[in-house]
Design a protein around this ligand. Structure first.
Ligand SMILES: Nc1ncnc2c1ncn2[C@@H]1O[C@H](COP(=O)(O)OP(=O)(O)O)[C@@H](O)[C@H]1O
Ligand SMILES: [Mg+2]
Length: 199
């Protein structure tokens, strides 16, 4: 669990404590089916929907389920991956840590990249701006290695495919499109607000 990089917050997120609502029922079933029918090198998922609809919860549920089946799996928040690489720019020890993380991410049977594309990728007018070139280069090397080895990759994102192409470019996104099956959570409410109202 520690090696899988899952944040403490997500250790307890499972299929059992995911409340099935009409708007998320299909996504729940697709994610559970993915775990039940998992075979090495099968196609991954692209979980998309708006902020707070339960994407990370379902991704963590997949991770927890796969780890229980002893399938080597790992979940990284995409911004944290970039942050880790960036910290290595001027620090040899941190560069080694980053290389180790990236190498694991390149090789692990199932990689989950959480929050692919973040809110800060918009300019002051609210328009999308392309993710920085070193981030894209590193991400390309990671995605392409997995693509060439047919390794299963799952992403969660607030963005639709067109927006992802604008953010990450065709080189990365054409591969991800091929590597993943779309799982939409359209119409799902922001569960965070619901949680806040219960308190
Ligand atoms: N259907 C659900 N049942 C139970 N908890 C949920 C559900 N959807 C979301 N949550 C909870 O609401 C919070 C926000 O969900 P999260 O998965 O982080 O949203 P997203 O990644 O889509 O922004 C988390 O604490 C999550 O566990
Ligand atoms: Mg999330």
């Amino acid at each position: 669990m520690e090696q899988s990089n899952v944040g403490k917050l997500f250790e307890g997120k499972t299929f059992n404590n995911f409340k099935i609502l009409p708007a998320t029922e299909n996504a729940y079933n697709d994610c559970l089916d993915f775990c039940t029918n998992y075979i090495p090198k099968c196609r991954g998922l692209r979980l998309h929907g708006r902020y707070g609809c339960g994407k990370t919860h379902l991704a963590a549920a997949i991770l927890n389920n796969l780890l229980k089946q002893n399938i080597p799996s790992m979940m990284i928040v995409t911004a944290n991956l970039f942050d880790c690489i960036k910290q290595g720019f001027n620090d040899k020890e941190k560069a080694l840590i980053a290389t180790e993380l990236v190498n694991k991410a390149k090789q692990v049977d199932v990689l989950i990249l959480d929050d692919f594309g973040a809110e800060k990728d918009r300019d002051s007018n609210g328009n999308l701006k392309m993710v920085g070139s070193w981030e894209r280069e590193n991400l390309f090397l990671l995605i392409n290695t997995r693509y060439e080895n047919n390794l299963t990759t799952i992403i969660t994102t607030n963005y639709n495919m067109q927006e992802l192409f604008e953010l990450f470019g065709e080189r990365i996104m054409s591969r991800i499109a091929e590597m993943t099956i779309s799982v939409g959570m359209k119409g799902a409410e922001n569960y965070r607000i619901r949680l806040a109202q219960v308190v």
